[in-house]
Ligand binder design. Sequence first.
Ligand code: C5J
Length: 226
Amino acid sequence: MVSVKARPYDYALEPGKTALVVIDMQRDFIERGGFGDALGNDVSRLEAIIPATAKLMGLFRERGWPIIHTREAHKPDLSDCPPSKIRRGSASLRIGEEGPMGRLLVTGEPGNQIVPELAALEGETVIDKPGKGMFWATGLHERLRGLGITHLVFAGVTTEVCVQTSMREANDRGYECLLIDEATESYFSEFKASTIEMIVAQGGIVGWVASLDDLATALEGAEAAA
Ligand code: C5J
């Protein structure tokens, strides 16, 4: 067990049973011309976490620990996208419509790819999820159970939507969840801050939050002591 300084109290990370989940670091949300931009958001806020997320992925890759990448993605015929979801959002450009990076939030389109800096390496799992949560219609729980994973470290966007939804879903399924502060972001700074407070409230009702440095220090310290 590796003890990581975290809120609301230290997180007990279990090497060998821990996977990193990187939520929706896809061009649709991070780059101009994508879904997030069509909604009128300042996408540069999300782009800014790419270096920290890459460093976090490096910590897992160096140790050969599993990394799961998700993309919010719908089938080309949109049969897995409820009309209610399509109706909401930008009136000018909706899910499935053609934008500068192809059809918005549709699997296989250029905008649906993970940003090149964070692209999955061979052997890493990429999950296309039609919902905000990573367990809905993905088979991910069975896959994680097959790998013996009990602990999940979270990164990605947006903190209050797909990251928080996935973390809550994971919490309900019994995973011990840790969110890394510098590796998650929202288009709205106050939404990120509030989400972090919600996660750690009431003794960690959804899980823990730690800084990237505190995670790195804990891992390196544990290895030096071994
Ligand atoms: C949203 C997400 N915000 N990945 N998706 O629609 O958070």
